[in-house]
Design a protein around this ligand. Sequence first.
Ligand code: ADP
Ligand code: MG
Length: 266
Amino acid sequence: MSAQLAMHVPNHALSSMTPSQTRDNVLQVEHLTVSFDGFKAVNDLSLTVERNELRVIIGPNGAGKTTLLDMICGKTRPTAGRVLFEGRDLTRMSEYQIVRAGVGRKFQTPSVYEDLTVFENLEISLPRMHGLFQSLVFRRSSAIVERVKAMAAQIFLSERLGHRAGLLSHGQKQWLEIGMLLMQEPTLLLLDEPVAGMSPREREQTGDLLSRIATGRSVVVIEHDMDFVKRIAHRVTVLHQGKLLSEGSAAQVQADPRVIDVYLGH
Ligand code: ADP
Ligand code: MG
């Protein structure tokens, strides 16, 4: 909590800073490497993500995109290098501590409580709700009800609050899981291919959602659909064989001959 409070720099302090001072790196990946039986899935990778930035990571299958997110969220331990989040080295922290520090991670397949309603899924995701049992016996305050309803509106599920999550479409489950992560108010949200399997209309809505949530927090999204990438990305990082191949605006990386050669050309 104290780390989050410390972020609230008063406006007058920001306005007296020069532009370079206000550039605020939330995430610094430094020389990150992981070796699986001698194979380097991520190889000496360095990148930074700024506050309020929506970064998209692209690259061929096996480039190391998911492994990078695994190392940021503590699921996989790097062989070398480190990951600084607001100055703290995540590679020394447990997955639980990393979540508590303000990093939310969404895996490729949606994981929601299928037998609970949309409302209940959002409710149990509130911080301080440590388990299913505690949260179900917890008396609902009107403040909690309002928060859940506001989140449901953000994720296009207002009409589904009382429905069992198991009955939602694949895309709606993805939204619900994003909403569950947002209930914890993460500073950094990591999303692995959130629009895979979504309809064009759902993709469009998800693009709006991600753009909206990237104000006030940083979002790192792994994605393949270049039309989608162009629409949402502030900056794009291209990975290839565990290394950084190119970085810049969507237009810049699309025009990069190295990117065309190993990824976009196919
Ligand atoms: P991407 O998400 O970019 O498609 P991944 O990060 O999933 O790629 O995988 C990168 C490479 O690392 C792949 O060759 C994959 O087979 C390998 N890999 C990932 N995790 C492991 C693991 N736990 N053990 C061995 N190899 C792995
Ligand atoms: Mg992957």
